[in-house]
Design a protein around this ligand. Structure first.
Ligand code: GUN
Ligand code: ZN
Length: 430
């Protein structure tokens, strides 16, 4: 048994309603871990008395301890093209993405990027993520191997694409099926790893492959499905040409049986209310990727409409179109996107979305996203005084909400002092 002592914050519900009962905050708190799981979180004075004499206590007073961040959409194979200026989505894909992803046929390249990528997630306090690799089997193996060694909760699966892409990324539909099945058998449920059927987007799969993706999800209960949806107007127009029979872009995925609990769609910028209602009814989730939407000039995500429809929403960095691995920076940009849409994002809601909200969107809130007893003890230790400016600005704050807001506007990887996975330190700032 071990414990950490510091300021503790986690969510028990969605603060969107404004109720204080959606969070637990212990200014001097103790988080007790047993066998890698949360045993209890509460006020230090009460819990210290209960702790066995030989329990190891880590002293983290002055730091803010939150559940590990959940990044609901990111591309590990785009790590090395982050910050590549390439116009909007479709030209950016051609100019940077396809050439970069080509290199992941090579297991040693895939392996070295996967190592860097997983370390970078941990350096930013992210302990769980839904990740796109490439079409190559080697890319999936590399990512899962790196995550398994670090005991991270990673959801991923081979990208499926069999049209509208260069030859070197284009597969035969039958090969995609056989490889996906082999990878599901090899990886799903191993350690904390989970498989996601990953049709890149409706434009790069034939109807035959789209049907296959829906069938794979149906045939393997418990696996996820991840894709992109309604990110960019030129993309939406292209989808309309490719699938003239569909009512909307979302309807394409729906027709092929891809909507349901554990389906997560990145972007969801250009949807209508019928689409949102359908996502809510089927249990599919949206990943809001603000830095990417700004970087590619895609558009402004509408959180108020997603909320009104009752859709599950998480936050995604979407690296490499996204411009930061930091969920703190991503929350800051989410705030600005919503400002442009005449909406607001409270700091409590923002940190909820980065933790429990993300876990709920992935149907993993029984395992991650909070400090409820029995949850996997993943947490991030933030230093509110990590930089001179953060220290100065944080010192002037009077409320928890103000301090959280400062962290999401000014914080980045420098504010992450430590990241713990399954109750053990996995990364420490030196
Ligand atoms: N749509 C299809 N593929 C991609 C991708 O790699 N990145 C983004 N942002 N959108 C996509
Ligand atoms: Zn993406």
């Amino acid at each position: 048994m071990r414990a950490v002592r510091g300021e503790i914050l986690h969510f028990t519900g969605d603060p969107a309603g404004g109720g204080a009962e959606s969070l637990q905050h212990f200014a001097d708190g103790l988080l007790i871990v047993r066998d890698g799981l949360v045993a209890e979180a509460g006020p230090a004075d009460a819990l210290l008395a209960k702790l066995p004499a030989d329990a190891r206590i880590e002293e983290l007073r002055g730091r803010l301890i939150l559940p590990g961040f959940v990044d609901t959409h990111i591309h590990f194979a785009q790590t090395d093209i982050i910050a590549s200026p390439g116009g909007q989505l479709l030209t950016w894909l051609e100019r940077y993405t396809w050439p970069a992803e080509r290199a992941f046929a090579d297991p040693s390249h895939a392996g070295s990027v996967a190592e860097f990528f997983c370390d970078e997630l941990l350096r930013n306090g992210t302990t769980s993520a839904a990740v796109f690799p490439t079409v190559h089997r080697a890319s999936v193996d590399a990512l899962f191997e790196a995550a398994l060694r670090r005991r991270m909760r990673i959801i991923s699966g081979k990208v499926l694409m069999d049209r509208n892409c260069p030859d070197f990324l284009c597969e035969r539909c039958e090969d995609g099926e056989l490889e996906s099945i082999a990878l599901i058998e090899r990886w799903h449920g191993r350690g904390r790893l989970l498989y996601a059927v990953t049709p890149r987007f409706a434009a790069t799969s034939t109807p035959q492959q789209m049907r296959l993706a829906g069938r794979l999800m149906g045939d393997h209960p418990g696996i996820h499905l991840q894709s992109h949806l309604a990110e960019n107007l030129a993309e939406v127009a292209w989808i309309r040409e490719l699938y003239p029979e569909a009512r909307s872009y979302l309807d394409v995925y729906d027709r092929f049986g891809q909507l349901g609990p554990r389906s997560v769609f990145a972007h969801c910028v250009w949807l209508d209310d019928a689409d949102r209602a359908r996502m809510a009814a089927t249990g599919a989730a949206m990943s809001f990727c603000p830095t990417s939407n700004l970087f590619l000039g895609s558009g402004l995500f509408d959180l108020a409409k997603a909320d009104a429809a009752g859709v599950r929403v998480g936050i995604g960095t979407d690296v490499g179109a996204g411009t930061s691995f930091s969920m703190l920076q991503t929350l800051g940009e989410a705030y600005k996107v919503l400002q442009l849409n005449g909406q607001s994002l409270s700091p409590e809601r923002a940190f909820y979305l980065a933790t429990l909200g993300g876990a709920r969107s992935l149907y993993l809130d029984d395992r991650i996203g909070s400090f409820a007893p029995g949850r996997e003890a993943d947490f991030v230790v933030l230093d509110p005084a990590a930089t001179p400016l953060l220290a100065r600005r944080s010192a002037a704050c009077e409320t928890l909400a103000e301090r959280l807001f400062v962290l999401m506007m000014l914080g980045d990887d420098r504010a992450v002092a430590e990241t713990w996975v399954m109750g053990e330190p996995a990364w420490r700032r030196t």
